[in-house]
Write a protein that binds this ligand. Structure first.
Ligand SMILES: NC(=O)c1ccc[n+]([C@@H]2O[C@H](COP(=O)([O-])OP(=O)(O)OC[C@H]3O[C@@H](n4cnc5c(N)ncnc54)[C@H](O)[C@@H]3O)[C@@H](O)[C@H]2O)c1
Length: 369
């Protein structure tokens, strides 16, 4: 992740220093970047001179002291709070008082990372999506300690890199990793109830819903271990709100080593010559699956608005630019009709009696207007 962010900074004409504890990792990052830049030259996306200039702007080093003259540092190291604390307090002693210190963390709070600093008003989250050079979305997360000046300077800079920024509260999963949870969680629940199999759920979401990838294909891409860990951490961080409850199916797949594409098998079999299952293309079943997952996604988007995590515009922007949803969820809700979405959720809530399906108060309020 760090090398992708370094590429973006260097392509935007910044002198960039890539630091890692491992020289081997740095060598690999340099090799990988050279391959990427060669491909960009072949495709005429950049000139041969651009390539040389970009390469010339990046210094690879294991010595953090080289950060001395930097005005911004984006930390993208291992996701462990104690390691981040050590690194942030060391960085603070190297850089000037004006240098902004950002974290690319996906699951830790920015406030907790900033607590390691003597001057924490310069901390904020700058959360890229993988691969950073290709994905347009960047979530900008001010912590309770962040100054207005830090937020404005960082946001203006990332905007100037041509990225689509959204500002969000320092809450678990920020926007995308919170609002997207039901895409996986409700799909798994539908499977566990025996309503449909993996391939049929994926078919409903792609063919009828227009999503680029079905939830099970996407989980196989992300890795079941990684996706399960995010689900568990969001669930715990939300004080075990049942809306975010992880699934045994995913846990068992992860435990069995069915991690997805990277292990050759996940929900689907990626071995050469393996036969792929056929979906049940029953349009009534497909619509039932799509309507249920979509209603849960919309409910989550409403909750993010209700809890002031971000503006409605930024929530729709985040889901279209960060995870390529075919439409913003709030705009989609308007298109379907809020009453219809509310009734869908309310009937699930009545049927199951589970808090997981409670319609968000803001949605209820809008329907009752
Ligand atoms: N992988 C993703 O899709 C993704 C997306 C968004 C955000 N993030 C976040 O980015 C960060 C990095 O994730 P990743 O997947 O690239 O992890 P990774 O494990 O692939 O890379 C982490 C790197 O940090 C280095 N490192 C560890 N301790 C260090 C230290 N003390 N000083 C300097 N370097 C050190 C390691 O050598 C390694 O190269 C995490 O905070 C993660 O939450 C990851």
């Amino acid at each position: 992740m760090g090398s992708g962010i370094a590429q973006v900074a260097a392509q935007n004409e910044h002198e960039t220093i890539l630091v890692d504890v491992s020289q081997e990792t740095l060598n690999k990052a340099e090799d990988d970047l050279n391959k990427i830049l060669n491909r960009l030259v072949e495709k005429d996306r950049i000139s041969a001179d651009d390539k040389i200039n970009i390469q010339g702007r990046i210094t690879y080093t294991t010595d953090m002291a080289d950060f001395k003259g930097c005005s911004l540092i984006i930390e993208a190291i291992v996701e462990k709070l104690e390691v981040k604390h050590q690194v942030f307090s060391k960085m603070e002693n190297i850089v000037s008082a004006e240098c902004i210190l950002a974290s690319n963390t996906s699951s830790l709070s920015i406030a907790s990372i900033g607590s390691a600093l003597k001057n924490p008003d310069r901390i904020l989250g700058i959360h890229f999506f993988n691969p950073a050079p290709l994905m347009p979305l960047v979530e900008i997360i001010p912590a309770v300690q962040t100054s207005e000046k830090t937020l404005k300077t960082a946001k203006d800079l990332i905007d100037s890199w041509g990225k689509s920024t959204v500002v969000c509260k320092d809450t678990p999963g920020f926007i995308v990793n919170r609002v997207a949870r039901p895409f996986y969680g409700e799909a798994l629940r539908i499977y566990e109830e025996g309503i449909a199999d993996f391939v049929t759920i994926d078919w409903a979401m792609t063919e009828l819903g227009g999503f680029r990838m079905g939830p099970f294909t996407l989980m196989d891409y992300i890795g079941n271990d990684v996706n399960y860990a995010v689900t568990e951490s969001v669930f715990a961080a939300f004080y075990y709100d049942p809306r975010f409850k992880p699934s045994f199916t995913q846990r068992r797949h992860s435990e069995a080593g069915y991690l997805g594409r990277k292990s050759g098998r996940g929900y689907f079999n990626y071995a050469e010559g393996a036969t792929q299952p056929e979906p049940n293309k029953d349009p009534i079943l497909g619509k039932k699956i799509l309507d249920r997952i979509l209603a849960m996604l919309i409910n989550e988007a409403f909750d993010a608005v209700f809890m002031q995590v971000a503006s409605p515009e930024d929530i729709d922007k985040a889901m279209t630019k960060g995870v390529n949803y075919p439409k913003g969820l709030l705009a989609w809700a308007d298109e379907i009709g809020l009453e219809k979405v509310f009734n869908q959720l309310d009937s699930l809530f009545q049927e199951y009696g589970e808090d997981r399906y409670r319609p968000n108060p803001l949605l209820r309020r809008r329907v009752n207007l």
